[in-house]
Every structure is written in C-alpha cells, then in structure tokens.
Ligand binder design. Structure first.
Ligand code: SF4
Length: 330
C-alpha cells in the first residue's frame, strides 16, 4: 500500500511521557515532539512520577532549547478551595513559557480559558469525551485538542474529525480500562482516607480523579457470583475485569492520513530505557509513513513491537503487584 499523506498529516505530533526530568530529556532525545509532565499534586499519577515546579521550569527550558514543547497536566478534579492554588501554579508556568495544559474538569477549563485566552488546552482522556455533542460542548468551552478514550473505532474517529473543530489526540500506548478512564471509582472502595499534601491540597487516596491513586484493583482475581450468563467468566468463574495494555500499530497510517493532531504515549511510571525505546519505535513508524512507506509491511517493526510488548508487560506486571499489595495494606 502506498500511503498518501495530505499536508495536515505532517502536523501530527508525537507526545511522550515525562515521569521525571531525566525522562523528559530522554523522551525528547528519542524523538518526541512534545512531552507532558504532571504538576505535583495535580495529575492522575503517584507523586513520585510528577514534577516539582523547579523541575517543570527546567523541563520547559530544555524543551525550548531543542525547539520542542512541554505540556503540564492538571487533570485532577479540584474543589472550590483548591482552584486558586491551581491557578497560581498555572500563572507561574505560563510565565516560564509552558506550551499547553492538560485538564479534565469543566469548571477549571472555564476558569483557565477566561484568564488565559491564548494557552492551548488539551482535554484529558480522564474526561472521557466520546461523542460529537461532547466535542461541541468542549470546543465551545475553549478546548483545543481532545484526547479520546481508547475504545473508539476508526469510523467513529473519522466522524469526530469531520464534524468537530477540536483537534484529536489518540493514545497509541495505554490500557483499555474495565470502564472509561476517569469514570472508574473501584479503588476508592479500598482506600477511603484523605490527606493534605505539603501544599495544602487534599489527596483522596483511592481516587486518581481527586489526587490519589488507581490501585489497579481490576487486575486482581475477581470471583464472579450471580447468574451463569456472565459469559466471559463462565468457565472458571474467576477472572480479571479486562484492563489490558496495548500498543497501536496497524492503524497509525490511518490516523496520520486522517490528520489527527497528536499520538500520545502513556507511561510516566515506566523505566526510562523502556520509554526511550517506545518513543523511538513510534518516531520511526511515523517517519516511515511521512516518507510515503507503509510500516505495517515491514516485519522489523513487528519484531520490535513484540519485544517492546514483552518488556512493557514485565514492568507493568511488577508495578501492578506493588499497587495491589499497597492496596491490601491498611
Ligand atoms: S481500577 Fe482498573 S479500570 Fe479502574 S481506573 Fe484503575 S486500571 Fe482503570
């Protein structure tokens, strides 16, 4: 297949994760066009994978010295009392030249847009926007790009692209949750306490939406009770609830041809060598498309992907076991 890309296809960016300042630098060096980091206490990850304000400044400087972009995630849902703290931080990052903000909360989006008409706002996948009416709503609210949940088909994406003025970002490495990301509250049944962090912000421990963590409780072995018609678990009546990590590959040429704005890689919690390898894999896949070739016809890419999948699974399984153990602790 010869892939013909129109002009807008060339604009598709590769967005990598930055779970530390070192990871930010490695991601850029591996070929990411932009990198996202979490503001300490304000993103849907454990605080050790978020960055201090000082490191965010260094990350922005590094990005700009290399003609790249640095985005900061503020994708938890703040209470009224926390909003002003978030705005203070955002003002500071704007002064340092941050290139965009990843946000999930509608009120927060409104507040940011009113104060800062120019800053690009990306809607977090945690907001789970899946249909054209949600796209219209967020577009009117001032969102520039929407990260879509992993469950959407090519046909649905084409429809959204054709009928919305918002840009689209697609997760090429992430996991398909038991439910839509951002709508799962399972971990909050297991960890129900709340702490205040050093900056005075509330962190509800079992709720990634409120500054706490997802403990991947869907990955523990569930015993399914109830009617036999629960088909997926009928044989053993034990199973996980379907949270599977994935790498997208075959569809990349279609995404680029469609002119999606960004391909995003999740994984702030992975090791830096693994993230470097994932980013350089997607960089080469995209560049192959841009040069008019079809990467899916090249068996070397498939071989590399198998190796990456194995490496990723090893790290992910270890992290899941740690999280589940933490969840069981009082
Ligand atoms: S518990 Fe599972 S389904 Fe729920 S947010 Fe965590 S990973 Fe996703």
């Amino acid at each position: 297949m010869v892939i013909t890309l129109n002009k807008s296809s060339q604009r598709t960016e590769l967005l990598g994760p930055g779970g530390s300042l070192e990871m930010v630098k490695a991601a850029f060096c591996a070929g990411a066009d932009s990198v996202y980091v979490g503001a300490k206490g304000w993103s849907r990850r454990r605080d050790k994978f978020e960055l201090s304000d000082d490191d965010i400044k260094k990350a922005i400087d590094f990005a700009h010295q290399n003609n790249k972009k640095l985005l900061v995630a503020f994708n938890t849902l703040p209470s009224s009392l926390e909003l002003s703290k978030g705005i203070l931080k955002i003002d500071r990052f704007i002064g340092w030249g941050v290139d965009g903000l990843i946000v999930a909360d509608v009120g927060f989006i409104n507040e940011i847009r009113l104060r800062l008409p120019q800053i690009p706002i990306l809607l977090s996948v945690g907001a789970s926007a899946i249909n054209i009416d949600e796209f219209k709503f967020y577009s009117e609210a001032g969102v520039d790009i929407i990260t879509v949940p992993c469950e959407l088909s090519l046909e649905e994406l084409r429809h959204l692209k054709a009928h919305s003025s918002c840009g689209i970002e697609i997760l090429v490495h992430a996991n398909r949750d038991f439910t839509y990301l951002g709508r799962c509250i399972m971990s909050s049944y297991f960890k129900q306490y709340c702490i205040k962090d050093d900056a005075g912000k509330n962190q509800f421990m079992g709720s990634p939406n409120r500054g706490g963590l997802c403990y991947r409780v869907c990955k523990s072995k569930w015993i399914v009770s109830g009617p036999q018609r629960v088909i997926p678990f009928r044989r053993s009546r034990r199973g996980d609830l379907g949270n599977h990590a994935f790498f997208l590959f075959e569809d990349i040429p279609h995404y680029l041809k469609m002119g999606v704005d960004s391909l995003k890689i999740q994984g702030r919690e992975y090791s830096i060598p693994l993230i470097k390898e994932i980013i350089s894999f997607y960089r080469e896949v995209m560049d192959t498309c841009f040069s008019g070739q079809d990467p899916t016809k090249n068996s070397i890419f498939e071989k590399r992907l198998r190796k990456l999948t194995h490496w990723r699974d090893k790290e992910r399984n270890k992290a899941t076991a740690t999280l589940l153990n933490e969840c069981r602790e009082a």
